[in-house]
Design a protein around this ligand. Structure first.
Ligand SMILES: [Zn+2]
Length: 67
């Protein structure tokens, strides 16, 4: 084992769909900051829409990689 350039796809930075910030942790395309923002907003319409979309994607297998 040598070299610090091992490609680790699990640790890749991925841009958040909403704010575009590169982040290691995402849940259904959104970074933790965006989820916190929509989850604690006075109007939680964005959060509910995100949850509804996730539910659809789980059921269809889109989010779990089943398709
Ligand atoms: Zn974000």
């Amino acid at each position: 084992m040598s070299g610090a350039t091992v490609n680790d796809p699990i640790a890749e930075l991925i841009a958040c769909r909403d704010c575009g910030q590169d982040c290691l942790l995402q849940v259904a395309d959104l970074c933790a900051d965006c989820i916190a923002r929509i989850g604690t907003a006075a109007d939680d319409a964005d959060y509910r829409a995100w949850r509804t979309e996730n539910e659809r994607r789980v059921v269809t297998g889109e989010l779990t990689g089943a398709i």
